[in-house]
Design a protein around this ligand. Sequence first.
Ligand SMILES: [Zn+2]
Length: 142
Amino acid sequence: MIFKEDISPELAKELFEDSEKVLKFIAEIKWNDSFVCRKCGHTNFCEGKSPSSRRCTRCKTEESATAHTLFHNCKFPINKAFYIAYQVCVEGKDISSYEYSDQLGLNQMTCWKFRKRIKNCVIKNGADTKSVTIQKILLTDF
Ligand SMILES: [Zn+2]
């Protein structure tokens, strides 16, 4: 899968429906071809145990695709989290936490907290939502 600066509506739809594709997508943006082990700085890796994770070939530390991203320790399905992140980042698509709750079958407070997390991330990037891409959000270190 090749990602572009902006995600096409078709790709976004595909990702909303498939958690493993979301993980793969996050991994591609996060590491691309430049894996660096956070523990020892080694750059060679092999596949880890969980989907789209990477494992350092020197110290054997495994890092998940979501580690140190905004999806870190996300307690609900990653495809739903990705959906919220996408909606918040794309102009005119953001809705209320009540509406996310209805659409995704999630607790309203869960949606509220996650939406707030993304909003904070947007602020951290020093931009309003109009110029923040999902890629920038994914590359923000958490
Ligand atoms: Zn290492």
